[in-house]
Design a protein around this ligand. Structure first.
Ligand SMILES: [Zn+2]
Length: 198
């Protein structure tokens, strides 16, 4: 039987491994030679692909792989700038997923509501704590989540979380099991890999 490849295969410029396109980060070269991160694969033109890893980025930058792939000189860019660019796009995408959760009312927010949700039999899939959450509340929520083996992370601040959820300020938000939470967790893993945050 022949194997069905639903995903186009691409080679990482760093480690040269061939992977499914959706496991790699796409970059394009703007007309004036700037390297742009294209997480969603929507920008036109030839793409260059890299694993979501600093070491692959380092290899590609030190070997000038972008110039080679695009067959034209590119504006100089550092490993940090590339990694920051990916992290920023992932953050923006996670914010848009939270915004979708808001629209479909698939979220729980606020310290008490999230702690309540964490004591139910079917707990949340992921809990996001604002970076500036009060340490006591943050610790309480984190401990409850840990008991239920629910992933917690610190992202955004209270005002940003509030804006995403259409409220004044939010210190904590939880997503129930489902497609949104799945997508969020996959972004989060990639974000942690590239930003070095946990
Ligand atoms: Zn690689």
């Amino acid at each position: 039987m022949t194997k069905v490849c639903s995903q186009p295969q691409r080679t990482c410029l760093g480690c040269r491994q061939v992977k499914d396109q959706d496991q790699l980060v796409r970059f394009v070269r703007s007309p004036d030679g700037e390297i742009l991160t294209d997480l969603k694969g929507r920008l036109p033109g030839r793409g260059a692909y890299l694993c979501n890893s600093r070491s692959c980025i380092e290899t590609a930058v030190s070997r000038k792989q972008f110039d080679r792939t695009f067959r034209q000189p590119c504006q100089p860019i550092t490993v940090d700038q590339l990694a920051d660019g990916i992290a920023k796009e992932l953050l923006a995408h996670m914010a848009s997923l939270l915004g979708m959760a808001r629209k479909s009312a698939q979220f729980v927010s606020g310290g008490n509501a999230v702690q309540d949700a964490l004591t139910r039999r079917k707990p949340l899939a992921v809990v996001v704590l604002a970076r500036d959450i009060s340490p006591q509340i943050g610790e309480k929520v984190r401990r409850k989540a840990e008991v239920q083996k629910v992933v917690t992370t610190k992202l955004f601040d209270k005002i940003e979380l509030g804006r995403i959820l259409g409220r004044a300020q939010r210190s904590v938000v939880g997503l129930p099991d489902g497609k949104l939470a799945e997508a969020f967790l996959s972004d989060l893993l990639r974000y942690q890999d590239i930003s070095g945050e946990s």
